[in-house]
Design a protein around this ligand. Structure first.
Ligand code: ZZB
Length: 259
């Protein structure tokens, strides 16, 4: 599985981040790195998701720079030459739990919204991508439903309502689902919660297919172009800007996760 790893710079730590973590970071630049299969939708990022119970680490990625990802992703990246220095070398400077990161402010690359917050998502898998998920509620049913759950029960999820305040941003349009495919399908399939896994999987498949084959960009440098053409172009622009890098998931793990 070839992902695009997108780099979201940490602008301000949330209220629960410990002084130990801040001290370990010192003056270094920290990137929360999210793995995506939809680089062309990055204009529409409205927040960043972490698993509240997942363990993350801060890993040296380059001189004076750190990646905030799972340890598993750090090991994979070290072997893929994504980190500067000796191949396979992983240097962790601090541990951090997802729940500590809530309310951290990050900068989503190519996003229309310039500052977005880290929020909790229940279904984030430790075994996939980087454990950090960037949220595009216009085109990802999981992201849309989770954002709506969080807005309904902010207190229960231990977030401030203003962290979940950015509305979905249209990125592409299709004949079947308009320019808010995720919302359309969540309503159509009566998806009530982020835990409604079966229906969300169905909605995701429908969104992927319709967007890729019949979608046209409504924003960005490739506005008016088919999604399938824009996808590799947006990806390349992000890589050229130093805001993304190709990231592959090891074959054996991909098989075990889909099995
Ligand atoms: C932004 C985005 C925008 C995504 C979209 C999807 C969509 P798949 O197909 O099941 O492999 N993701 C990445 N890592 C994780 C994780 N650890 N746990 C849970 N979800 C994760 O799904 C790949 C997508 O799953 C990735 O692409 C990421 O969300 C999420 F408009 O990034 B995506 C119709 C989907 N639309």
């Amino acid at each position: 599985q070839e992902y695009t790893a997108v780099k979201m710079e940490v602008l301000e730590w949330g209220p629960e981040v410990s002084s130990e973590v801040k001290q370990a970071v010192g003056g270094k630049k920290v990137w929360m790195v999210a793995a995506t299969l939809r680089p062309e939708t990055m204009y529409g990022q409205t927040n960043c998701f972490v698993g509240p119970n997942l363990k993350y680490g801060l890993f040296e990625s380059a001189h004076n720079e750190l990646f905030l990802i799972t340890e598993r992703a750090a090991r994979n990246m070290a072997f893929q030459g994504i980190f500067e220095g000796e191949s396979g070398r992983v240097a962790k400077v601090a541990d951090v739990v997802g729940s500590e990161l809530l309310g951290t402010k990050v900068s989503p690359p190519f996003g229309v919204a310039k500052e977005v917050y880290v929020l909790p998502m229940e279904g984030v898998l430790a075994t996939k991508g980087t454990g950090v998920v960037t949220s595009v509620p216009s085109d990802s049913p999981d992201d849309y439903r989770t954002l709506m759950d969080l807005r309904k029960k902010a207190e229960m999820y231990k977030i401030k309502p203003e962290w979940a305040a950015i509305d979905p941003i249209p990125v592409l349009k299709t004949p079947k689902y308009g320019d808010m495919a995720a919302e359309f399908l969540c309503i159509e399939l009566k998806i009530q919660s982020q835990r409604d896994k079966e229906k969300l999987t169905e909605a995701k498949d429908l969104t992927y297919k319709e967007g890729f084959y019949n979608g046209v960009m409504v924003i960005g440098d490739f506005k008016g172009e088919p999604v399938a053409d824009a996808k590799p172009k947006v990806r390349q622009q992000m890589i050229d800007a130093g805001l993304a890098t190709p990231y592959a998931e090891p074959e054996s793990e991909v098989i075990s996760r889909s099995a």
